[in-house]
Design a protein around this ligand. Structure first.
Ligand SMILES: CC(C)(COP(=O)(O)OP(=O)(O)OC[C@H]1O[C@@H](n2cnc3c(N)ncnc32)[C@H](O)[C@@H]1OP(=O)(O)O)[C@@H](O)C(=O)NCCC(=O)NCCS
Length: 206
């Protein structure tokens, strides 16, 4: 653990991520990197360079990717990892993480989240505000579980799938990778084809 943390992405998601980093109280110095030259600061924290500068700072700073888009987050984190950079795991102090839970590098677990026993969460995931992920889940890399979404026990979610705000996934189900599950959708059957699913019960719209 280094004394400095650089967060890639000075956006709304970055604001929530930096708040978690502050509350973890592990880094003395926190700043952003962002590719938009018009953004020079975010919530009083300086933007000190662009994404590519992460490699320059890697010896002195931990680097975290705070990009909401699963595809972009995967690309940026994979580039960092190729250069030997391992992003930290960020966990809000109010999150409850059960026994035998494993979480990959570069994942953020936000305020009020509950993750129950024996669940595995991949790298670069976002488990957003007040989401719950129950026992024995298997979430692949770069999954996003949005605020207030609930995954029952024994759920499997494939790489880069996004469960929208307030989404519900019933127990023992598998959702394949690269899916978008709409806000408020209720998944009651396995989803085996990548695509966008909305409604109650969730149905494909494309
Ligand atoms: C599912 C979603 C990704 C689809 O977005 P999109 O591809 O831009 O789709 P559109 O907005 O063009 O909508 C397509 C159709 O699906 C419907 N639809 C979209 N989202 C829906 C939802 N969550 N529930 C029910 N119907 C929905 C639209 O009304 C539209 O219907 P129509 O063709 O009869 O007019 C998006 O609507 C959504 O729910 N995003 C989740 C947002 C979220 O969770 N944000 C939290 C971020 S932390």
């Amino acid at each position: 653990m280094k004394k400095k943390l650089l967060i890639i992405g000075a956006s709304g998601h970055g604001k929530v991520v930096i708040d978690i980093a502050i509350k973890m109280n592990k880094w003395k110095n926190i700043a952003f990197l962002d590719d938009d030259p018009l953004i020079t600061e975010c919530m009083g924290f300086s933007v000190v360079g662009k994404t590519e500068d992460a490699f320059k700072f890697a010896n002195e700073a931990d680097i975290f990717v705070a990009v909401g888009n699963n595809e972009i987050r995967e690309n940026v984190q994979n580039n960092l990892e190729s250069a030997g950079i391992k992003p930290p795991l960020l966990i809000h102090p109010s999150a409850i993480v059960g026994s035998a839970v494993e979480v990959g590098i570069g994942t953020v677990i936000m305020a009020g989240v509950v993750i129950n026993s024996d669940t595995r969460i991949g790298k670069g995931c976002i488990i957003n505000t007040a989401a719950t992920v129950d026992h024995d889940n298997r979430l692949a890399d770069f999954v996003h579980v949005s605020p207030g979404a609930h995954l029952a026990g024994m759920v499997e979610v494939g790489k880069k799938t996004w469960v929208g705000i307030g989404g519900i996934v019933s127990n023992n189900l598998t959702i394949t990778g690269n899916c978008k599950i709409g806000a408020g959708a209720v998944v009651v059957n396995d989803i085996t084809e990548s695509g966008t699913y909305v409604g109650v019960p969730a149905r494909s719209i494309r």
